[in-house]
Design a protein around this ligand. Structure first.
Ligand code: OSB
Ligand code: MG
Length: 378
């Protein structure tokens, strides 16, 4: 498929409520939407690099630079026979996985549409519906958190994840467990603790959590193995896993018993599938993480989460949980049974609503056969 044109948009989406984690407060989400036009087909992808380097070292600005100056020129105007071809062309770029994943996602959508297949089918998905959970930011009080949990359980969500940070941890778990002794519950520390904080995790161990997500440093695998050896509760790694090699190291070292897959964090759907397959072969469950994506990124997440070893509910919630209005139609919805339909139409299976996309675009640049054609501010 000849890559005729690529467009990038820096978008800024206002969250319906601030999202508070151990990394700080987010009021809006900045991402890059990538559009690829190839032989009459249009593919869409979303790079989940954020406005700030607090979750990952990548930001919208670094991803923009890497896409504009290296990744887009590596494929533009070329005849790409497969996604693996495109990956090989950009492979000299080290790291910058969120930048790579945004372009790769747009190519997957374009290839799927060219073949008239859904992205789920092209990725090897086997489910028509996926189980979804919800990731709740740190609330002003345990009582407020329990109210939020009640609301989401009422909407059908199949599992609750709460963010924790030193000083806002055990009491939150206790408060939820008092009211909901058996509801599937997990915590996410986003790397806020050290091995010397093991007492907190020992104290959480009796509460039957599904897992403890990324308790220790974002680049650690070794200390997590020491922590996991002391706990009944499975550790799940998020930030520490950037590749198949990281996943293998973590599993061989027994640093975790579950892995959270986010295509942006690992460089795209192709690497995600490899991690999924490795975990399946080792009887390690995976689940799909989230980066507060718009409907474009969310569609890709839903498709990937339809693969068979995504056996735990993902951080893939309804569009309206994040944004007043999604930029795709139809918006993503959660049914009363806590499941979400996997789109069946070609590619991502949802339509990008152009006037809504225009309204959230703060910068746009387009490239045609290696030339920068237009750069504009909205
Ligand atoms: O650690 O999983 C995380 C959002 C931004 C950055 C990191 C994380 C998250 C979430 C939100 O937990 C998940 C979602 O999209 O619902
Ligand atoms: Mg996480």
């Amino acid at each position: 498929m000849r890559i005729d044109r690529i467009e990038m948009r820096h978008v800024k989406l206002v969250l319906i409520a601030p999202f508070v984690t151990s990394m700080g407060v987010e009021y809006d989400e900045e991402h890059i939407i990538v559009r690829v036009d190839a032989e009459g087909v249009t593919g869409w992808g979303e790079s989940v690099a954020e406005g700030t380097p607090f979750y990952s070292y990548e930001t919208v600005q670094t991803a923009w630079h890497i896409l504009r100056d290296f990744l887009i020129p590596s494929v533009l105007g070329k005849d790409i026979a497969s996604i693996d071809d495109a990956i090989a062309l950009g492979a000299r770029v080290r790291g910058h996985r969120m930048a790579k994943a945004g372009l790769e996602a747009a190519l997957w959508d374009a290839f799927a549409k060219a073949e008239g297949k859904s992205l789920s089918t092209l990725l090897g998905g086997t489910r028509k519906r996926i189980d979804v959970g919800v990731s709740i930011g740190i609330q002003p009080s345990p009582a407020e958190l329990v109210r939020k949990v009640d609301g989401y359980l009422g909407e059908g969500y199949r599992r609750i994840k709460i963010k924790i940070a030193p000083g806002s941890d055990l009491a939150l778990v206790e408060a939820i467990r008092r009211k909901h002794p058996t509801v599937p519950l997990q915590v996410d520390a986003n790397s806020a603790y050290e091995l010397s904080d093991i007492g907190i995790f020992r104290a959480m161990d009796p509460y039957g959590l599904l897992l403890i997500e990324q308790p220790l440093s974002c680049d650690d695998i070794y200390d997590h193995s020491k922590l996991q050896a002391e706990l009944k509760t499975p550790i799940c790694l998020d930030e520490s896993i950037h590749s198949l090699a990281d996943a293998r190291a973590a599993l061989e070292l027994k640093s975790c018993r579950v892995i959270n897959i986010k295509p942006g964090r690992v460089g795209g759907f192709t690497e995600s599938k490899k991690i999924h397959d490795l975990c399946a072969s080792m009887n390690i469950p995976v689940w799909h993480g989230g980066m507060l994506e718009s409907g474009i990124g969310r569609a890709g997440n839903v498709a990937l989460a339809s693969l068979p070893n995504f056996t735990l509910p993902g951080d893939i919630s309804a569009s309206k949980r994040y944004y007043k209005e999604d930029i795709v139609d139809p918006a993503f919805e959660v049914a009363a049974d806590g499941t979400m339909a996997v789109p069946t139409g070609p590619g991502i299976g949802v339509n990008v609503v152009m006037d809504r996309l225009d309204r959230v675009t703060v910068r746009r640049e387009e490239f045609t056969r290696g030339k920068k054609e237009h750069e504009g501010s909205y």
